[in-house]
Write a protein that binds this ligand. Structure first.
Ligand SMILES: O=C[C@H](O)COP(=O)(O)O
Length: 247
């Protein structure tokens, strides 16, 4: 059975004082699923210390190179050194803001896994691609090209995040989410074999809230969520964690 994962992505939010939310999340019992917060790089080490192993802490990006003259970037080894266990890669905001391609995401995922991190590879269609009927083709291409050759499926998480659902309050229908997740599972099975593919957590992301979490988590091949805005407040995130634990 695939492990269930409730992952929060704080994006470019969070100062030291906001670790009070992390502390509140850690203080609550979390039966039935793994919990991860992907913090801004400045908070990763503090977050790891504050969490004391009760939840996992991750980064939001890493460079493909192990070290070098890359001002402002962070390597996978640096995240590991800070205590991170996961890293988000290929988020649509990085694909848009930093022109990250599938090939670049694949190189980052390769570096992340080589350093011992779980690579959370993000993919998802734009609204124009959805309306043109290209969703499955787009996410299929992204899955094939953003997960590197030789990737370890045991160190892989895939997050389906429709670009148009992120921060918008809009979500796909349950049937649309189920269709994409089923296609992703099939794509992983073609790549890694059925048994290994079943072990890769498939997360849905995009306007997941306490009010819609249970319905999303009830869908086949949805093993958790990548949560943005609702992960910033412990009460909201814990409600989503509880819904996943009960699914
Ligand atoms: O990484 C998280 C996603 O971008 C979802 O963000 P959101 O929950 O604020 O829509």
């Amino acid at each position: 059975m695939t492990r269930k994962l409730a992952a929060g992505n704080w994006k470019m939010h969070g100062l030291k004082a906001d670790l009070a939310e992390l502390a509140a999340i850690c203080a609550a019992p979390q039966p039935g699923c793994d919990v991860l917060l992907c913090l801004p790089a400045t908070l990763v080490h503090r977050g790891v210390c504050a969490a004391e192993g009760r939840i996992a802490i991750g980064g939001q990006d890493c460079h493909a190179a192990p070290q070098g003259a890359h001002t402002g970037d962070i390597s996978a080894a640096m995240l590991v050194d800070a205590g991170a266990s996961h890293v988000i890669l290929g988020h649509s905001e990085r694909r848009a803001d930093h022109a990250e391609t599938d090939a670049m995401v694949a190189e980052k995922a390769r570096a992340a896994q080589a350093a011992g991190l779980m690579a959370i590879v993000c993919l998802g269609e734009t609204l124009a691609e959805r309306e043109a009927g290209h969703t499955l083709a787009v996410v299929g291409r992204q899955l094939a090209a953003s997960v590197p050759e030789g990737a370890d499926p045991a160190r892989l998480v895939v997050a389906y995040e429709p670009v148009w659902a992120i921060g918008s309050g809009r979500t796909p229908t349950e049937a649309q989410i189920a269709e994409v997740h089923s296609a992703l599972r099939e794509g992983l099975a073609r790549r890694f074999g059925t048994g290994a593919a079943e072990q890769v957590p498939l997360l849905y992301g995009g306007s997941v809230k306490p009010a819609n979490a249970a319905a999303i988590f009830a869908l086949p091949h949805v093993d958790g969520a990548l949560v943005g805005g609702a992960s910033l407040k412990a009460a909201d995130f814990l409600a989503i964690v509880a819904a996943l634990g009960a699914a």
